[in-house]
Design a protein around this ligand. Structure first.
Ligand code: UT7
Length: 331
């Protein structure tokens, strides 16, 4: 039987119009553009404004563009997976809401939460459904309205995050392209360093939890940084070695955008020049589930059929990993 490979056959994305600059953040908390640029590498990020606007609104816009660009009718979609840490509501799944907004009526849909590695784990999941042979068009959308859980009185977190969404279409191919391999990890012990204290079943929302500002991102930056640098680099190098990839044969590193210093450390361990690393953290910050597809969206015209890409991410959980994918279109 011919092997069914899972390729990415299109990209769509959406970032909100409002630009939150370092200057504006420095009016909210005690920080400077110089500190944020030198410690994180972010100049500005996008924020979703407007009453009643949530993650699904950005996700739907990204998927709408994806369907238009790939000439896919909503009713042709078999499955839609949304990766997010900021769902519209605890339930139903944001994926269900996106499907409804776009008339995706013949698909089943669900959310996947793996912190900042959500889109990476989603790629693995989407590919499996394609490889099964049963599903032909799987939409994977990564979307987060991080501004809904960022404390703009906390200088250690407020400069980092932004809002945004990106989506890709997975389809079957018999060519030697698409998702080739994955190395994915979880270590739940890391949860103490990065989490949201209240709003879940352990500590439901209460007047006390709101007064204590426990509905925001809690992050012990240095501990997360240490683990991120080591684990993202380790797993990316492991993937290169496993497949005999070199800095010449690898076309692009597609890294999660959490901190420019983490990206540079990973690239340096892989012996990769900056020109082969997709980076847009300066303009969007860390959009959590949006980072990887937003990179693909911006780099789409530069990608060529057969290009070797390594995707790498690290996030809350802890979760981390690398995926090796051969790009399927472009000249
Ligand atoms: O995507 C999910 C995974 N998350 C990550 O990968 C994030 C990983 N962590 C990081 O990127 C970095 O640790 C941060 C950007 C969060 C923080 O940078 P850092 O270089 O690790 O700073 P730090 O926490 O060690 O703090 C150094 C100093 C402290 O002051 P003192 O105690 O030395 O006087 C902080 O209070 O910098 C201070 N500081 C700030 N100063 C100006 C913290 N935030 C700010 C700020 N502006 N915004």
């Amino acid at each position: 039987m011919t092997k069914i490979n899972a390729i990415i056959s299109g990209i769509g994305a959406y970032v909100p119009e409002y630009v939150l600059t370092n200057l504006e953040i420095s009016k909210m908390v005690d920080t400077t553009d110089e500190w944020i640029m030198s410690r994180i590498g972010i100049k500005e990020r996008r924020i979703l404004k407007g009453e009643g606007m949530g993650t699904s609104d950005m996700g739907a816009k990204a998927v709408e563009e994806l369907l238009r660009k790939t000439g896919t009718r909503p009713e042709e979609v078999d499955l839609l997976i949304c990766t997010t840490v900021t769902p519209d509501m605890q339930f139903p799944a944001t994926a269900n809401i996106i499907s409804d907004k776009l008339g995706i009526l013949n698909a089943f849909s669900f959310d996947l939460n793996a912190g900042c590695s959500g889109f990476l784990f989603g790629m693995s999941t989407a590919a499996k459904f394609i490889q099964s042979g049963k599903y032909k068009k799987v939409v994977l959308v990564g979307a987060d309205k991080m501004s809904s859980i960022v404390d703009y009185q906390d200088r250690s977190v407020s400069p980092i995050f932004g809002d945004g969404a990106g989506a890709v279409l997975f389809e079957p191919s018999t060519e030697d392209l698409g998702l080739i391999d994955e190395i994915l990890h979880t270590d739940g012990m890391g949860r103490k360093h990065l989490h949201q204290k209240a709003g879940g079943s352990v500590k439901p929302a209460s007047h006390e939890s709101i007064d204590a500002r426990e509905h925001y991102v809690y992050q012990e930056g240095q501990a997360v940084f240490k683990h991120a640098v080591k684990r993202m680099a380790d797993v990316s190098v492991e993937m290169m070695e496993k497949h005999g990839l070199t800095s010449d044969t690898l076309a692009w590193l597609v890294p999660h955008q959490a901190n420019l210093r983490i990206i540079d450390a990973t690239a340096s361990r892989m012996n990769l020049a900056r020109e082969k690393v997709m980076i847009n953290i300066e303009r969007y910050g860390n959009t959590t589930d949006g980072t990887l597809p937003l990179l693909l969206w911006e780099w789409e015209s530069k990608l060529k059929k057969g290009d070797n890409l390594i995707f790498a991410a690290f996030g809350a959980g802890f979760t981390w990993g690398a995926i090796y994918l051969k790009w399927a279109y472009g000249k």
